[in-house]
Design a protein around this ligand. Sequence first.
Ligand code: FES
Ligand SMILES: [Fe+2]
Length: 421
Amino acid sequence: MSDIDVRPPRKTETNGSVEYVPVTKEDVAFVGTGPVPTKPYVDEQWYEDEKEAIFRRVWLHVGRIDEVANPGDFIVREIEAVGVSLLIVRGNDGNLRAFHNVCMHRGTELVCATEGTARSFSCPYHKWTYANTGELRGVPDNGNFFDLDKTKFPLMEVALDVCAGFVFVNLDRHPKQTLREYLGTWADSLEGLNIDVSDVFSEYVYDVDANWKVAYDNFQEIYHGRFVHPRSIGRSTMAPENPFGYPTKYTFREENLHRSKTLWNNPHFTPDGPIEALASELTRAGMAKGPVSGAKRPSTEHYYIFPNITVLSSPLYTFTQTIWPLGPARCRSVIRMYWTGADKNASTRFAREYRMAALLDIHSEDRDIIEAAQKGLSSRALDTVLFQVHEVTCRHFAAAVDRYVTDYRAEVAAKRSGEAL
Ligand code: FES
Ligand SMILES: [Fe+2]
C-alpha cells in the first residue's frame, strides 16, 4: 500500500513567499467525480452498520499518555456509539493497558470515576477486586463458588497501542492490523510533529445535532471558509491570488483510508489589532509552548486519520478534533490543544487562552451551519450531494466509510448464507 500525493509544482518568489498554484480537477479526478449518495448521512440502518463495521473494528484515538503517566493512573473512556466503557490504566508494572470496564462476576460497570489513581479496583456490587494490571485478586466468600480459578478471570483486555503519545484502542478481539500498519505513513507524520514533548493540553467539548460525518466533513474542506469564517480566519487564509484559501497539496492513503492537506498561508497576513498581534508574538516567542513551535517545516497541515480524528499542525500550535457519533444525527466534538509544561506566568496563560478562544470562535461559527446541513439532508429531499475539487477530502472519506460498511454487509450476508446451508 502506498500514498498518493497531489501537489502542483510551485516556485518560491523573490520575496520568499511561495506562489499559489491551484490543485485542478484533473489532479483529483482519480478519487471520483460523480454525485455521492446522502443515505450514509441520514439512514438509521447505515448508522447501525457503521458502528459494527468501523467503530468496533478500527483503531480509535482515546487519550494521551500524559493522562496516564504514572503507575496506577487511569482514565475511563466511553465509546457511546457502541455502548462500550473502557478503563485505561497504567499498571504498577509500568505497562499501559485498556480493559472493558466490566466486572467479570456478573458484568457490572467496575469504575464510575472518569479518572484517578488506584492500586486496585473493587466492583461496587459484590466487591470482586482487581489489581491495576487486570488480575482478579479478591473474591469475597470465594468458597461458595464452584471451582473458581481466579487466574482465569482477569479483566477483559482490549488492544491498545501508542503513536506519538496518542493512545489508540481497537475493540476488535483480534485486530487485523497493528496500529502502525493501520496508520501507515501517517504514523511518521504524527511522530514528526514533535508532540511527544507535550505533557499538558487544554480541552473543550461540544455536541452537535448532526451525523458525525457531516461534522467531520465540515472540517475537511475550506470551500466554506470564505462565507462562514470571513471574520475569524479569512485574513490568514485568503488573499486575491487564492480567494477561497484553498490548500496547496493533498495526500491520500491508498485504500481510501487516511488523508491530509497542506494549507496555504496568506503571505500578506497582518494581525487584526493589538491583541491578536500580541497573542501571535507571545506564541511565536514560545510563550504558549506549542510542541511544534520551531517545527521542522513552516507549513500548516491537516491530518485526517480514519475514522474520526483531525490533527492540525502549524508552526505555532497543534490541536486535535475527534468526533464521536452519539446517534444517527448527533455527535460530540472533542477539541484538544497541546502544550509543554504548566502555564507558569500570565503571559503564557494569556497566549494559551487566546489560542483556545480563537479556536472556539471558529468552531462556534461552524456549529450552526453543520446543523443546518444535517437538517436539509435529514429531510431526504436529496438522494445525492456534489463535491468539488477542494471537497475531495470529503469524497475520499465517504469512499472509506462506504468500503467498510459494504465489506461488513457482505461478510454478514456470507455468514447468514453459510448458516442457512
Ligand atoms: S458484579 Fe462485580 S462483584 Fe458481582
Ligand atoms: Fe469551518
